[in-house]
Design a protein around this ligand. Structure first.
Ligand SMILES: Cc1cc2nc3c(=O)[nH]c(=O)nc-3n(C[C@H](O)[C@H](O)[C@H](O)COP(=O)(O)OP(=O)(O)OC[C@H]3O[C@@H](n4cnc5c(N)ncnc54)[C@H](O)[C@@H]3O)c2cc1C
Length: 370
């Protein structure tokens, strides 16, 4: 659905290249890592198995939300109030950085969390209380979308256009980027693809969905799931000025400036089959999305797009930030909310990969695995 504004082509890696930093995966996180490498004056090579933003980074809901996947009060319970609040503020700053770099693909809309039950309304009240306690931007909300909370600092963006913009900037600044070049072996100092090899001083793996397949030692920490969406033809049956999160974030929808409605969700109701590497849209989630569109949102406009992509769910509240195989740094596992956190974590990953741990924020937990 996002793919309406042209293409972005890169060569395939053939033969040997060398770099100070090799970034595996050119989604939003990998491209942020490439950018950070360039900022540090490094020679950077980036590889993608398919194309820039071919995974979830170019196929997601387009919400730019502050915070982690867990709501702030849940994050505070798991991580402690101070750390959760500092993390939230860090992502607010990241939102500003992201908008500052690509202002024309970001819109300042705020976002809504709408309760789907009385119980969830109580949870919204707890979230509001915790956010107010910590001085974070949130307000009560009641309107046509339902009742819940309004987060005025959140934004929306065109995720594919932004990644392509970042890739173009990186190329202009001297990075070497390759498409159709899956990393088939990732080791300290060397990444191999079917037709090439990158000899490098440092490696960052920025693959969210599929991370457990590429680095099996992370399998207990991150698990791949499929998230599915649909989009309609432009319609004026609804007017949604802000993106909406509903039922604890399981459902999410927004209306684009052209009137299309993009709707995702129901992973939890798709059963075990949604824990899959298969990134094709499928029943029963597609049927549930369609029913919600027709019956709950009351939209009759034709469905023009159906899609899915893979994401990583981490076993904890924080995303995966791991050093594997001696010095390869892997990030992922954003549990379905990685547009902002992934971008922030990528800088930390580069710092660790190049041995600059003094520059870490200490907000994420770096673990050594294997
Ligand atoms: C339907 C859907 C809706 C979502 N909505 C939102 C939302 O509204 N807001 C939000 O914050 N998050 C959302 N997410 C989650 C968000 O999209 C991801 O967390 C985010 O894209 C992660 O970015 P990434 O760059 O870390 O990983 P990815 O987007 O997974 O990118 C990884 C890249 O690595 C490449 N790759 C994989 N394996 C290899 C390999 N072996 N070698 C080289 N390259 C490889 C892939 O081709 C891909 O391009 C959604 C996800 C989905 C699927």
């Amino acid at each position: 659905m996002w793919d309406e504004g042209g293409s972005f082509s890169l060569p395939e890696l053939r033969g040997d290249v060398t770099a100070d930093l090799c970034v595996v995966g050119l989604g939003g996180s990998g491209l942020a890592a490439v950018r950070e490498g360039l900022r540090r004056g490094l020679r950077v090579v980036g590889l993608d198995a398919a194309a820039v933003a071919a995974g979830a980074a170019g196929r997601n809901g387009g919400f730019l939300l502050a915070g982690l996947a867990a709501f702030h009060h849940d994050a505070a319970e798991a991580l402690g109030v101070e750390r959760a609040a500092a993390l939230y503020r860090h992502t607010l700053a990241e939102l500003d950085l992201m908008e500052g770099l690509t202002p024309d693909v970001v819109r300042r809309t705020g976002s809504l969390r709408v309760a789907a039950s009385e119980e969830e309304l109580e949870d919204c009240a707890e979230q509001l209380e915790a956010m107010r306690r910590d001085g974070l931007p949130a307000e009560p909300y009641a309107g046509p979308e339902g009742e819940g909370l309004l987060f005025p600092a959140d934004r929306v963006f065109d995720p594919l256009a932004r990644c392509r913009r970042l890739a173009a900037l990186a190329l202009a600044e001297g990075a070497q980027l390759f498409a159709r070049s899956p990393a088939v072996s990732v080791e300290r100092g060397e990444v191999r693809t079917p037709a090439g090899r990158v000899g490098c001083g440092a490696v960052v793996v920025a693959v969210d969905g599929g991370l457990d397949g590429l680095l099996p030692e992370l399998a207990g920490r991150v698990r791949t799931a499929r998230l599915q969406m649909i989009a309609t033809a432009p319609t004026d049956e609804l007017r949604l000025p802000r993106p909406v999160y509903r039922r604890y974030g399981f459902e999410y929808y927004q209306q684009l400036p052209n009137g299309r409605i993009a709707l995702g969700g129901f992973r939890d109701q798709g059963g075990e089959g949604e824990w899959t590497d298969d990134a094709r849209p499928a029943a029963p989630v597609q049927e549930l999305l369609e029913r919600f569109l027709r019956e709950e949102l009351g939209v009759r406009a034709p469905i023009t797009h159906r899609w899915a992509a893979r994401v990583g769910y981490s076993s904890g509240v924080l995303p995966v930030f791991a050093r594997v195989r001696g010095s390869v740094v892997a990030i992922g596992g954003y549990s379905g909310t990685g547009n902002v956190v992934g971008s922030a974590l990528a800088r930390e990953a580069v710092a660790v990969a190049v041995g600059d741990e003094a520059g870490l924020t200490g907000l994420f937990d770096l673990v050594d695995v294997g």
